[in-house]
Write a protein that binds this ligand. Structure first.
Ligand code: AFP
Length: 424
C-alpha cells in the first residue's frame, strides 16, 4: 500500500542519486573537458550540452548511470502517486493517516454524479402501481416541501402550550403539524389521521382510503441546535385501520430528513428509494433500491442511560468500542437511522429499562422506520422478545416501544447480548 513514508524514501534516494551524479561528473570529467569547473557538471547532467556533443565529447559513465536512476525513480514515484489517487486516497488523507497512525474510520460516499436523474413522476409511474397511493405520496411530499420552507425562515422558540404527552411544543413543531393536518383534513385519500402531537385518531374524509400516522418533526430537543430533524409517516389501509393492526400492515411509509438538503426515503413497490429536493422544489431520484448490508461498523446507541441497569447493553457498547466501531449518533431518530440508507450499513439501538423507560412510539416512529429498513434488507427487533417490530400489535395510538434496527447481523447481536436470545 502506498504511503507518504514510501514516497519520502523515493525522494531521498532520488536526491542521493542527484548528488552522486553531480559529484561523479565533477570528479571524472567527460572526455575532452580539460578543466572541470563547478558549472560544467551541472551542464552535463541537467542541460543538453550541445557544445560538448558538437566537440565530439561524451558525458561520463557515472553521470549517465545516475541520471538513468533518477529518471526511473521519478517515473516510479509518479506511477505510485497516480495509483494512490485512483484509489481515492488524497494527499490530505494520506497525511492524516500518518499523523494519527489510524486506518480510515470515516465512511465517505462513493456516489458518482450521473448525467441524468429520474424525476419523482417518472419513478412513481413505474414503481408505484396504485394510483391512489401515488396521489397520497404526492400530497405528503408537497407538505414536506412546505415544512422545509418553514424551517428555513422560522426561529425555534417555545410555543404557548405543551402537547398531549406533556412535551414542550416548539413553534416549528406546531407549524409542521398544522401543515400535515391541512393535508389530512382536505385530502380525498385520507379517512383517518393521527399525529404524535395528539394521541387520538381523527376521522377525516369518509371516502378516503388511508389512515395516516405521523410525527411532524422528530428531534425537538436538537432542532434549536440546527441539527438535522425529520418527518416520519406511516400509511395504513382503511381495511386494517390502525388499532389492532401491525406495522406490517402499512401500505407504505416515508421519512423526510431536513438537513443541509431535504431528502425523503420511501417504500415503493419494489424497494426503498431516496429523492432529493432540488431547484424549483422538484424531487429527483437520488438513490434507488437501497440495500443495507448484513454487517456494519457504525453504531448509534440511543438511551445509553439504560446501560446502567441492563448489563447486556453495557456489554454491547463495550463490544462496539473494543472492536473500533464508528460512533454516529445525533439524538435524532431520523438522521440516526437514515444514515443506514446512505452508508448502506449501521445499527440503531434503543433498549429500555425500569429507570430508563421507552420514549419511541410504535405507530409514529418505530413501525414506519421498520418498514423502510426491512424493505432495504435490514432487520428490526422490538427490544423485548426479539421479534420484528413490524409484528407488534398496535393496541394504542401512543404505545411506546424499545427498538433495535439496522444491519441484520448487528440486530442479531443486540438480541443475543441485550435480550440474551439466540439468533433465529
Ligand atoms: P426529542 O423529539 O425529544 O428530541 O426526542 C427524540 C427521540 O425521541 C428520538 O428522535 C431519538 O432517537 C431519541 O429521542 C433519543 O433519545 P436519547 O438519546 O435521549 O436516548
Amino acid at each position: 500500500m502506498w504511503s507518504l513514508r514510501r514516497e519520502r524514501c523515493l525522494f531521498v534516494v532520488m536526491a542521493v542519486c542527484l548528488a552522486c551524479s553531480l559529484g561523479l561528473s565533477f570528479i571524472v570529467p567527460p572526455a575532452g573537458v580539460q578543466q572541470p569547473s563547478f558549472r560544467a557538471p551541472l551542464r552535463n547532467v541537467l542541460v543538453d550540452d550541445t557544445s560538448s556533443t558538437l566537440a565530439g565529447s561524451t558525458p561520463n559513465l557515472g553521470s549517465v548511470a545516475c541520471f538513468t536512476c533518477l529518471a526511473v525513480m521519478g517515473l516510479a514515484a509518479a506511477m505510485h502517486r497516480r495509483k494512490a489517487c485512483q484509489k481515492g486516497q488524497s494527499l490530505v488523507a494520506l497525511k492524516a493517516d500518518e499523523a494519527y497512525g489510524a486506518s480510515h474510520t470515516s465512511f465517505y460516499t462513493d456516489a458518482v454524479a450521473k448525467d441524468k436523474y429520474d424525476t419523482l413522476e417518472e419513478v412513481l409511474a413505474t414503481k408505484l402501481k396504485d394510483d391512489k397511493l401515488k396521489g397520497m405520496v404526492n400530497e405528503l411530499l408537497d407538505a414536506c416541501v412546505k415544512i422545509t420552507e418553514a424551517l428555513r425562515v422560522n426561529l425555534v422558540t417555545v410555543n404557548d402550550a405543551s402537547n398531549a404527552f406533556g412535551d414542550t411544543q416548539l413553534t416549528v413543531d406546531v407549524i409542521a403539524d398544522d401543515l400535515l393536518w391541512d393535508l389530512a383534513k382536505t385530502s380525498k385519500y385520507v379517512c383517518e389521521a393521527s399525529s404524535e402531537e395528539e394521541p387520538e385518531i381523527v376521522k377525516t374524509c369518509p371516502d378516503g382510503q388511508y389512515v395516516l400516522c405521523w410525527d411532524p418533526l422528530d428531534g425537538s430537543s436538537i432542532v434549536d441546535n440546527n441539527w438535522a430533524v425529520g418527518t416520519i409517516v406511516g400509511v395504513w389501509d382503511k381495511s386494517t385501520g390502525l388499532i389492532g393492526a401491525t406495522g406490517r400492515d402499512q401500505v407504505m411509509s416515508l421519512v423526510t430528513l431536513y438537513g443541509p438538503r431535504t431528502t425523503v426515503f420511501m417504500t415503493l413497490d419494489d424497494g426503498v428509494y431516496e429523492f432529493t429536493l432540488g431547484p424549483g422544489n422538484q424531487w429527483i431520484c437520488s438513490q434507488d433500491q437501497i440495500q443495507i448490508k448484513t454487517e456494519c461498523k457504525i453504531f448509534a446507541p440511543a438511551n445509553m442511560r439504560a446501560a446502567q441497569d441492563v448489563e447486556g447493553y453495557s456489554k454491547l457498547i463495550d463490544h462496539y468500542m473494543t472492536n473500533k466501531y464508528t460512533l454516529r449518533y445525533s439524538g435524532g431518530l431520523v438522521p440516526d437511522v437514515c444514515q443506514q440508507f446512505t452508508k448502506k450499513q449501521g445499527v440503531f439501538t434503543n433498549p429500555t429499562s425500569k429507570s430508563s423507560p421507552a420514549k419511541l412510539r410504535l405507530a409514529f416512529e418505530a413501525a414506519p422506520f421498520g418498514r423502510l429498513v426491512e424493505m432495504a434488507g435490514g432487520k428490526t427487533s422490538d427490544g423485548v422478545t426479539g421479534k420484528s417490530i413490524l409484528d407488534v400489535k398496535i393496541e394504542a395510538v401512543d404505545q411506546r416501544t424499545a427498538l433495535a434496527i439496522g444491519s441484520a447481523a448487528e440486530v442479531d447481536r443486540f438480541n443475543s447480548t441485550v435480550l440474551q436470545l439466540q439468533a433465529a
